[in-house]
Design a protein around this ligand. Sequence first.
Ligand code: SF4
Length: 214
Amino acid sequence: MEYAIYIKDIEPESLVDGIGIRTVIFCTGCDFKCENCHNEQIWDMNSGYLIPIQKIYDSLGIDNPTLSGVTFSGGEPMKQAKAFHELAKMIKNNSQWDIWCYTGYLFEDIVSSKDDKYELLQLVDVLVDGQYVDELKKFTLAFRGSSNQRIIDVQKSLKQNAVVEMPACSNCGDYIFNKKEIEKNLCQDCHDIKKPEIEKNEWLNRMEMLNSKK
Ligand code: SF4
């Protein structure tokens, strides 16, 4: 059986739909109908074209060394979970790419569904979950539209049987992905704001250490 997915577009080199330079598949069809959704024109699945997954796979740029992964977006990828699962299998079998997936469902609901959505989740690395909530919109949020949406490390979460979110800045609470930021436990912006305080504390700690050696 040849699987196919209703899609609107494939974005070849995106910097805003996950870490690194990624290919993004925008599927059509979504029943959540969030208020002020930016993609209202693709709520109807028939607003897209039904494309066989082999054709989609061939256009992802799997051999392009500058790309680090693929992002399933929409629309609602979980509405076509079976076909996306087959596509994810092809990607995982033939590349080192990671897979990000946006969904209006919550991680916990997908796990307890034990249906095609759960099968797809098994092959996803990072899930951005939850519906878009307009009152919680913030333009500065990393990789998502509203602050209720979580960025989840799926494989860790499945292993630990609990939601494991990506590391967050200890000051503003937004997610951080850069190694240096994770080490400091602060995003770059908060680090710059708190720099005088951090330097003062470091200086006080040094003085304390010197005094204790006397
Ligand atoms: S889940 Fe996403 S695509 Fe669907 S209505 Fe909400 S914001 Fe729009």
